[in-house]
Design a binder for this molecule. Sequence first.
Ligand code: NAD
Ligand code: GLY
Length: 365
Amino acid sequence: MKTIHLDLGDHSYPIFIGADLLGRAELVTPYIAGEQVLIVSNETVAPLYLEQALKAFADYRCESVILPDGEQYKTLKTLNIIFDALLEKHFDRKCTLVALGGGVVGDITGFAAACYQRGVDFIQIPTTLLAQVDSSVGGKTGVNHPLGKNMIGAFHQPRCVIADIAVLDTLDERQFSAGLAEVIKYGLIQDAGFFSWLEENMERLLARDAEALIYAIHRSCEDKAEVVAADEKESGIRAILNMGHTFGHAIETGVGYGRWLHGEAVATGMLMAADLSQRLGWLGEQDVARIDNLIDKACLPTRAPADLHCDQFLELMAVDKKVAGGKIHLVLPRAIGESVVCSDYDPAMLKQTLEAHLAVGGGVK
Ligand code: NAD
Ligand code: GLY
């Protein structure tokens, strides 16, 4: 097992990464203050892993609540299912919530923990690759609003994160590749050595080789922990973690939620960001080809959806949270392994990028 320490002063926490960690009481016990534990999972993950997870909490008064599965249930209404359970079972302020699932379960459970009695402890047990390398780390929690994704939320850090690679065995290939998009993101934004490692080891990752997986999750979490420790509440540098996301959110919303997975949209979004960087003279043709090849190797889409148009795309990008003072702030690669938040690009160049990508069209594989 490998451990990363996310250094955030009095709310620092460990991230445990390894195989067969689920059900190990000694990993969670030091991070549980009271006697009551509520495990929150969903109707897909609970039948697979709830029984095993419960073993770690045998010494506590442990209850569970099972949510419906899907991004469409990441809502205030679903959040209330958790509050109902907590109140009906008389959970007190010393209770601990446990998120057992992907990013949707993690984000809702974390937000429930941030709000219940003005804040209680929670533990993340992420079960998708995306959640293990991204959403379970860093304390962003929340739900969607009909008018915007992740618009209602709070920063609330977990007490610990347990990333068990054994649970990834049941994840389908498309969801697994979606997680790889966020892994590639770390290489592109700040870790050129990791980017090269991914170029050499993508086949091993796709074959879910345990050693390669632990290495990639560990390095991704290390990269993310470094950024979060420097800027917990995203007043500056943390924004680089949103590479590809402004383009990606436009794709996700434009084609209708659920058609493209978040990771798929981020992958194509990173290529659009790379295209704009090339136009700005930062990336060379060969750099862009390397990014394109790696995304393709990870079985992720390299072309934007064929059915979106430039003006519509720009409007969708402007709705994203990364807009301040009317300007769309974009995270762009300066080189492979280096990125900047940029708003002083020529809007005509952005239009050229969109036109180039949207004209070709493609889609999810
Ligand atoms: P998800 O939670 O919807 O999980 C994807 C699918 O896989 C679901 O059907 C889920 O039930 C299923 N699943 C989960 N674990 C499984 C397993 N081990 N075996 C088989 N099936 C399994 O999606 P996701 O990609 O994990 O997370 C996406 C969410 O995360 C989005 O809501 C996004 O906004 C959020 N997110 C948050 C952050 C953050 O910093 N908080 C960062 C990135 C993404
Ligand atoms: N996923 C972006 C962040 O955690 O800041």
